[in-house]
Every structure is written in C-alpha cells, then in structure tokens.
Design a protein around this ligand. Structure first.
Ligand SMILES: C[S@@+](CC[C@H](N)C(=O)[O-])C[C@H]1O[C@@H](n2cnc3c(N)ncnc32)[C@H](O)[C@@H]1O
Length: 320
C-alpha cells in the first residue's frame, strides 16, 4: 500500500491549498484571490457596469449622516475589516474630517499589497489622519480588536464581505466580533440584498471576462507561489445563483481530464473532465435572515440604510 504522509506547511496558504485540493469535492477559499494581481482585478471589477454592489453602497455612504455613529468630541477608533483599496471608505473619512470628529483609522486586510496602496493614498489625501494598518485574516485579528477599549470603536465591514462566509461561519464570526464590543461600540456592516437574479448573476459573470480572470488568478497564484503547473486555460469560470437560498457560488471547472503537480506541497492533483473547485460564495440576504444571523450571534440590528432600489443595505449593529 502506498502510504503518503501529510507534509508540514510553512504557510496557511500551503495548508489550505493542500486541504482544499485533496478534498472531494475540491474547494479553495476566496481569501486567496487577493494578491497584487487579484487586488488589481478586483479594482477593475468594482468599475464594471454589471457590478452593482460598489455603486449602490457608494450611494448609501454619500447620503449617510456620520452622526449615525453616535460619536462625541472624545472621538473614536474606526476599524475596517477587509478594507481593500478603501474606495468607499474614503467617502466616510472625508465626511468625518469635515465634521471635525476626532478619530483614528485602522484598516485590516489579508492583502499587504492592498494595505500598502491604501496607506500611501491616505497619506496624500488626509496627511493628518492617524492610520494604523494591520495585515491578517478576520478570525486571527479579532483578538487584536479587544485591545481597543480605551474609547468608542466603530467596526466597519463594507462590500458585503460577510457574504463570503456560509451562515454558520458568519454567525461564529459575528459572535466573536460581538465579544470584542463594549456597550458604546458599534458595527457598520454591508449586506447585499436578494433581488432579481438577472441582476445578480451578471455581477459575477461580466461580459469582459474580468471576474473570470479574478477567479482564475488563484490558480496563477498557486503556480507562482507553490511552484505548480496548472494549465489555467483548461479551467472555466462558472458562477451560479440559487434564488431560494440567496447563495451565489463560483467554481473553476476543468474542461478536460488532467494531472497537476504542486511542487512545494509534493502533491499530484488529478482532475476529471468537468470536475469543479468551489472558490467563492457571495450570499444575498433578506432582512429577516440578517435579523436571524444577528440574534444567533447576540447582536442587535439597530437600524439600516439602503439605496433607492433596495439592492444593498448598511446595518448598524450593537451588542444586545
Ligand atoms: C470583496 S473585497 C471588498 C473590499 C472593500 N471592503 C470594498 O467594499 O470595496 C474583500 C477584501 O477583503 C479582504 N479579505 C478577504 N478575505 C479576508 C479574510 N479572511 N481576512 C482578511 N481580509 C480578507 C480582501 O483582501 C479584499 O481586500
């Protein structure tokens, strides 16, 4: 019998690629989309005509009265999870500066490249703003947030990033986030709402093929960082939307049978023709589901703001 030992991994990326590509069915987490190339592609996605979430949330933030954060002259710490390039956050930062509300800004992201770009841009735009970036994954940086207990904190999570987690994980995440809150703190979180599937699906399947390139970038990344030989052209980007559950899923589908060698993991991966790797979920919500997630996590949905078409909602959540 050929017994293979599980290798020791130097990074979380190595570990998760091994776990995901030796599982059945195969999967990879969407958090690995975001390297330098992935960050660039996501910035292109945000500008696509089909990609409504950025435009809709931008419109909500443009209308928002920042006094909704209930801050006083003592000021507060604004902590953003999965900040990316901060395109929409800058609307808020500008408003807070104009309202003379003292605050510090702590963007957190798994992508160091995104944080470097954002910090450089903020230095130019708001030279006096106190910016303290932190690189890390959501679940691993939660402890860090507990240290922010001197003054009020507002935790920002825009772009419906929570929707990348299936409901049980989202509840666990919200509960842990709630554990870091003091009574005066709040969470400001984006949720993409259920709507016409004819609007949702093209947002993940644009006519220019940018989303396909974004999805496939994870294979290029494995090739680059883990010395693999994926023939990326032999995979197809396949997005699906289930209007009953509100779950949009993206897959990479092998269009022919093949073997792939991942040198750094000492691993051969076999693909059958039409076999898939599940790479992303983007959950769409009903208000009742948001309420349920919050109650399961011990959070109170205090109020929400939406756009004219009810495509997207930003909620203020507090501790119950
Ligand atoms: C869909 S983009 C949204 C960016 C921004 N919040 C917006 O609304 O435009 C997701 C961002 O979250 C980061 N991210 C994804 N998964 C993450 C994780 N598990 N931990 C930390 N950051 C993560 C990515 O690097 C990316 O910058």
């Amino acid at each position: 019998m050929d017994v293979k030992t599980v290798p020791t991994f130097k990074t979380a990326f190595e570990n998760e690629v091994f776990q995901g590509l030796t599982a059945f069915p195969k999967f990879l987490s969407s958090k690995w989309f975001y390297d330098e190339q992935g960050d660039k592609l996501f910035q292109e996605i945000m500008k696509l005509p089909e990609y409504y979430p950025t435009r809709k949330e931008y419109a909500i933030l443009e209308q928002l009265d920042v006094h909704a954060f209930e801050v006083d002259e003592e000021g507060f710490d604004l902590i953003e999870l999965g900040a990316g390039d901060g395109f929409k956050t800058k609307v808020l930062l500008k408003k807070l500066r104009e309202a003379n509300i003292p605050f510090s800004y702590k963007p957190i992201d798994i992508s160091q490249n995104a944080l470097d770009g954002l910090s450089a841009d903020l230095k130019n735009r708001f030279p006096k703003l106190d910016v303290e970036p932190l690189q890390g994954r959501y679940f691993t940086v939660l402890d860090e947030l507990s240290k922010y207990s001197q003054r009020k904190k507002v935790i920002l999570m825009l772009g419906s990033n929570l929707g990348n987690l299936p409901h049980p994980k989202a509840i666990e995440f919200l509960r842990q986030l709630g554990d870091t809150l003091n009574p005066q703190d709040l969470i400001f979180m984006g949720f993409d709402l259920k709507k016409d599937p004819a609007v949702i699906l093209p947002a993940y399947n644009d006519s220019q093929g940018v989303t396909a390139a974004f999805n496939k970038n994870v294979l290029h990344r494995i090739n680059r960082e883990l010395k693999a030989n994926f023939e990326v052209d032999h995979f197809r980007h396949v997005p699906l939307y289930d209007p009953e559950t509100g779950t949009c899923k993206s897959f990479l589908m092998a269009t022919q049978e093949m073997d792939v060698r991942i040198e750094s993991l000492d691993l051969e991966v076999h693909f059958y023709k039409w076999e898939t790797i599940h790479t992303e979920i983007s959950q769409k919500y009903e208000h009742s589901v948001i309420k349920w997630l919050c109650s399961e996590a011990g959070l109170h949905p205090k109020t929400y703001f939406t756009d004219e078409e009810d495509y997207f909602a930003d909620y203020i959540l507090t501790k119950t």
